[in-house]
Ligand binder design. Structure first.
Ligand code: SF4
Length: 195
């Protein structure tokens, strides 16, 4: 779905976050998702035309500068697995050159991931997967899990369910430039903002 299969289309990079996984993490929200979950609260990440294009190497160099403060990457969306080929190239660099953990939030169900062209290869680089379409009627918004139908998969021993349950549901980030960003699995309700 990218214009080139060696490019990653990224909506936003948050250098340091505490509400998108255990510890301090660097978060990449990918741009582009065709899964269309009703009630998705990131609709601005759906078009495949938006965001910014990165080669795997440039994106790796961009995020690596945060690796002394961050214990890992969180991949969110948009849909990371709809950019599987370039994502594998990026994650291979992460694995080779850092000790970062990787958490991936995907709208694909666990059973679907293995059937995707690059699904199994991506899983080889990931520690935790949170899988499944967001279902607004089953909204949960705890422990990184948006709705109760989603499933959690701990592919390495790096994290446990208890680690995820300690992740704050929301955070407000104020940048040195004065920009205010709200992130997390339940940002709107926790900080009392109107959508
Ligand atoms: S998979 Fe994620 S980004 Fe895509 S529609 Fe569902 S909740 Fe939204």
């Amino acid at each position: 779905m990218n214009v080139r299969e060696d490019l990653l289309r990224v909506h936003h990079i948050e250098p340091l976050s505490r509400a998108n996984g255990p510890g301090m993490r660097t978060v990449i929200w990918f741009q582009g998702c065709s899964l269309g979950c009703p009630g998705c609260f990131n609709p601005q990440t759906h078009p495949f035309e938006g965001g910014r294009l990165w080669t795997a190497e440039r994106l790796f160099r961009k995020v690596k500068r945060y690796s002394t403060l961050s214990e890992g990457l969180t991949l969110s969306g948009g849909e990371p697995l709809q950019q599987g080929e370039a994502l594998v190239s990026f994650l291979a660099r992460v694995r080779r050159q850092t000790s970062w953990s990787v958490i991936m939030l995907t709208g694909y169900a666990w059973e679907e991931i293995g059937a995707l062209p690059w699904g199994s290869a991506v899983l080889g680089y990931v520690d935790v997967v949170i899988a499944g379409r967001y279902q607004a009627r089953q909204r949960l918004a705890r422990g990184l899990v948006g709705s109760a139908n989603k499933t959690l998969h701990f592919l390495t021993s790096r994290y446990t369910l208890a680690d995820l349950m300690q992740v704050p549901e929301a955070e407000v980030i104020i940048t040195p430039e004065g920009q205010v960003r709200v992130t997390g699995v339940d940002p709107v309700h926790r900080v009392g903002l109107q959508r």
